[in-house]
Design a protein around this ligand. Structure first.
Ligand code: MEV
Length: 424
């Protein structure tokens, strides 16, 4: 499979779906789901409460991704202009050096059990530590299927927290959740262990819930971009200059949380769009990403540097709590089709895709910011859409869009005039 589909953006929606379906060998069910009408308010009633309807997002495909040696077409659901185009561009610049390389720390989720009113918290924490084996056994009795698949609770870590309401013993369960997001599995284990924790500590257990600061479930991606890939007709800057400005932009984010918040928002534009397209819990990843970014003072989740060959070396690391098994994906045919398109065989592989998309998104955002600015891209894309809507033949779309942008007249009537003028 080759994820390069030049000119995809010039096709109409039906043609585009056919191109993607053919390229990815999508099933008829997936194509039908993408075509629409596969999920109505009655179906949605199974997902949430007090449902009165559904709301649509554009479902787009980001091209050009090569991740760990395999090409991937990436489904993205997002209402913001330029996000999908930017992700596809970022992925294209990484292709000459082989695309993205990813790794993960393994699918380990954390659950927390809060015990209050503990007479001697430090002694209680030591007792919990001593009984780790029994507690792990009890946790694992809750989920034989997870154990069968090689997962399960692996470690118990008691902590003593000094809070404004006095000391508390907070016990962490570290659970390998394999290919699930794992929320249900770890919450069930935490609830099951609560009486035991009460009897060990002599305190009272209140909260039993996963932590979205999933710092034992990290995904990393890296790519290398030759400077010439970063050049653009929009500005008269050498690739090496754009490369250096991107490193400066990263240094700015590293030194300033005001900038780092926006920098990381750019990353999440891509990750959230894939999470939405696949009906996964993007709030969990948002919470985890920002908490992780804040651990040593709020910082960017990516890094940029110039390597020994003069290329831009780009990396990302963040917690990715997403699975390929269970969750709401099965309830939504479009989300299932999106997973079919992604064709990932494990939660770790899915995490690698999400991290790569976040990195591509951030890289493309920074490239735009240090060169023509982001408004030009928005306007170009908008102008192209208007040209296509006005019926411009594919070979004229770029020209008509460029003319409308330079005249500051991005309108259907102007596009129609230009079609006539340029077709003569
Ligand atoms: C816009 O949604 C995202 C950007 O602002 C990200 C950034 O500034 O890096 C372009």
């Amino acid at each position: 499979m080759n994820s390069r589909i030049p000119g995809l953006y010039k096709q109409d929606v039906d043609e585009r779906l056919s191109s993607v379906a053919e390229r990815a060998g999508l099933s008829d069910d997936a194509v039908r789901a993408f075509r629409g009408d596969a999920f109505d308010a009655t179906d949605a009633d199974m997902v949430s409460e007090n449902v009165v309807g559904t709301i649509e997002f554009p479902l787009s495909i980001a091209t050009n991704f090569r991740i760990d040696g395999e090409d991937v077409l990436v489904p993205m659901a997002v209402e913001e202009t330029s996000v999908v185009a930017a992700a596809s561009n970022g992925a294209k610049w990484a292709r000459p050096t082989g695309g993205f390389l990813t790794s993960t720390s393994g699918p380990i989720m954390i659950a927390q059990i809060q015990a209050v009113d503990v007479a001697d918290p430090h002694a209680a924490a030591l007792r919990i530590q001593r009984l780790e084996g029994e507690l792990i056994e009890l946790a694992n009795e809750q989920d034989p299927i997870l154990i069968e698949h090689g997962g399960g609770c692996e470690e118990i870590r008691p902590r003593v927290l000094d809070t404004t309401r006095g000391e508390m013993v907070v016990t962490h369960l570290l659970v390998d959740v394999r290919d699930a997001m794992g929320g249900n599995a770890v919450n069930t284990m935490a609830e099951a262990l609560a009486p035991e924790i009460e009897s060990i500590t002599g305190g009272e257990v209140h909260l039993r819930i996963l932590s979205n600061l999933a710092d034992q479930r990290l995904a990393r991606a890296s790519c290398t971009v030759p400077p010439e890939e970063l050049e653009t007709d929009e500005v008269d800057l050498a690739g090496t200059e754009i490369r250096d400005r991107i490193v400066d932009a990263w240094a700015f984010a590293e030194s300033d949380p005001y900038r780092a918040a926006t920098h990381n928002k750019g990353i999440m534009n891509g990750i959230d769009a894939v999470m939405t397209a696949t009906y996964n819990d993007w709030r969990a990843i948002e919470a985890g990403a920002h908490a992780y970014a804040a651990q040593g003072g709020y910082a960017p989740l990516t890094t940029y540097a110039v390597d020994d060959d003069g290329n831009l070396s780009c990396t990302i690391e963040l917690p990715i709590q997403a699975g390929t098994l269970g969750g709401a994906t099965q309830l939504q045919p479009v989300a299932q089709a999106a997973m079919e398109l992604l064709d990932v065989d494990s939660a770790d592989a899915f995490a690698g895709v999400l991290a790569s998309v976040g990195l591509a998104q951030n890289l493309a955002g920074l490239r735009a910011l240090v060169s023509e600015g982001i408004q030009a891209g928005h306007m170009n894309l908008h102008a192209k859409n208007i040209a296509v809507q006005a019926g411009a033949p594919p070979e004229l779309v770029d020209d008509i869009a460029a003319r409308m942008v330079s005249e500051d007249a991005i309108r259907q009537d102007r596009a129609e005039e230009l079609i006539v003028e340029l077709s003569e």
